[in-house]
Design a protein around this ligand. Structure first.
Ligand code: RAT
Ligand code: ZN
Length: 466
């Protein structure tokens, strides 16, 4: 019976049609912002970072980035796929993707030329070809739709939304990314308000968000918190951005110069809301005075990605982001308590935060855990995190999101994750059966699996918090 439960779980995980809760994918109608194809795959920032581990000293990041994209791809192909075996997770992903596209022979021959020729058959048909390719990828990865990362503060993206929102494929839904609000990045916020003709006041900042929500119709707001993001205990009204005001900024360029979250920073917090100035100034607290009120008003959740330290090796650009910062997970508890009507989706970058995250998710009905993010998106860590979450939460969490930047990546990130998740789920079912729950139906297996791939998220999004 244990063998058969394993087979049933594997089959159900395989057939589950999921929602990809966080990606950086944009629809083909966003023109060059929709990334797909072998050159984009090979220049994915995970592979750029891996390439530089063994790159010759003569190849500096500056030189690398000055090359045309195809040359960058050629360089990585030779170093990571011809001179070595593609053993890392990101490298193996390319092999899985090529196989899934029917390019096994081309891969075996290491013929980048033949692989490019395959993609050209789509590319030659312009947006239509891109749509066709996307459709193929979504259908084959078992994903109904992916949630984008839409950044209003990015002028490159703005043109696809304004003056008139372009209609785009239903395979994509929006999430409005608001990192500058959590980072207290006053210059960026002011510049965005100014360039769109808003006054520099807190009410205008709220209106700016409302207007973008009206345009993008996001499923949720989202942000990755700065690595030293703190909400001091006891001062729930406000957030402190330590590095901005109190820490020598040079110290923060050092990879390990993390500043511990200490309550003394409460001194930097904004005054309570009733005394809050309406003009944006150094004391403005964009989280409690702008983001949270708009989320409450529009009943929009906030998805937080917690624990990334950006620009650790700035020369590598996106590939240089992200020493994993152990975060103050208590700040999630403080947010959930202070804003009980706001739904929080959360995922942590540090493996060390995962246990605390599970405990917190069992304490707050307005908190939902999702995905194994970025440096946690490796089979061994997905396994560990998923198991831990199931032991704490049953299936009341979302097992995975892809974080894909290139459409084709759905063809490897999802199968790789499904393989691990299926094993973990089967193990948990076997444990349950061994404890005496012998009558488990296929329907029950299907429902529980479905929860992990979309159901729990959908229930969380619908549940009433008032
Ligand atoms: O995984 C990634 O691609 C990272 O670079 C980040 O984009 C991260 O996922 C994020 O959304 O901040
Ligand atoms: Zn991301």
């Amino acid at each position: 019976q244990q063998d058969s439960i394993q087979l049933v779980v594997a089959a159900e995980v395989q057939r589950a049609v999921g929602i990809d809760l966080h990606t950086h994918l944009l629809p083909p109608t966003h023109g060059p912002l929709c990334l797909w194809g072998i050159d984009e795959l090979l220049t994915y920032h995970y592979l750029v970072a891996e390439y530089f581990i063994t790159a010759p000293a003569s190849m500096t990041p500056k030189l690398f980035y000055s090359l045309p994209k195809q040359k960058q791809a050629d360089t990585i192909w030779k170093a990571l796929f011809i001179d070595r075996l593609p053993l890392s997770e990101a490298c193996r992903g390319i092999v899985t993707t090529l196989k899934s596209l029917g390019l096994q022979n081309e891969w075996e021959r290491r013929s980048l030329k033949a692989i490019r020729a395959f993609y050209a058959t789509f590319r030659n048909d312009g947006v239509e070809g891109a749509e066709r390719f996307c459709e193929h990828v979504f259908a084959n990865s078992g994903i109904e739709y992916s949630i984008m990362t839409n950044i209003p503060f990015d002028p490159n993206e703005e043109m696809y939304w304004k003056p008139k929102r372009a209609s785009y494929s239903t395979r994509f839904r929006s999430a409005l990314r608001v990192d500058p609000l959590l980072a207290g990045d006053k210059p960026t916020i002011e510049a965005a308000l100014r360039s769109s003709g808003y006054d520099i006041t807190l009410e205008s900042a709220r209106q700016y968000l409302r207007d973008w929500c009206e345009t993008m119709k996001p499923e949720y707001m989202m942000a990755s918190t700065p690595h030293d993001f703190v909400i001091p205990e006891g001062t729930l009204a406000s957030v402190s951005y330590k590095q901005k005001n109190t820490v020598d900024s040079n110290a923060l360029k050092e990879p390990f110069a993390f500043v511990p979250a200490v309550a003394s920073h409460a001194a930097n917090c904004s005054p309570p809301e009733d005394e809050a100035p309406s003009i944006i100034d150094e004391q403005s607290d964009f989280l409690s005075q702008v983001l949270m009120p708009v989320c409450e008003e529009l009943d929009l959740p906030v998805a937080l990605k917690i624990g990334a330290h950006r620009g650790v090796n700035p020369g590598l650009k996106a590939a240089g982001d992200g020493v994993v910062a152990f975060a103050d997970a208590g700040m999630i508890a403080r947010l959930c308590t202070r804003f009980p009507k706001v739904r929080f989706l959360a995922t942590f970058l540090s493996r060390n935060n995962q246990h605390e995250a599970c405990v917190l998710a069992s304490k707050f009905r307005n908190l939902h855990l999702y995905g194994c993010w970025w440096y946690c998106n490796n089979p061994s860590i997905i396994r560990e995190i998923t198991k831990m979450r199931m032991e704490f939460l049953g299936t009341a969490f979302t097992a995975q999101h892809s974080d894909a930047r290139v459409v084709d990546q759905l063809l490897y990130k999802w199968p790789h994750s499904r393989a691990v998740i299926a094993k973990v789920v089967a193990e948990e079912f076997v444990k349950l059966m061994e404890s005496g729950c012998m009558q488990i139906t296929r329907r029950q297996v299907r429902d529980e699996v479905q929860n992990l791939f979309r159901g729990s998220y959908e229930q969380f999004m619908k549940k009433s918090l008032v």
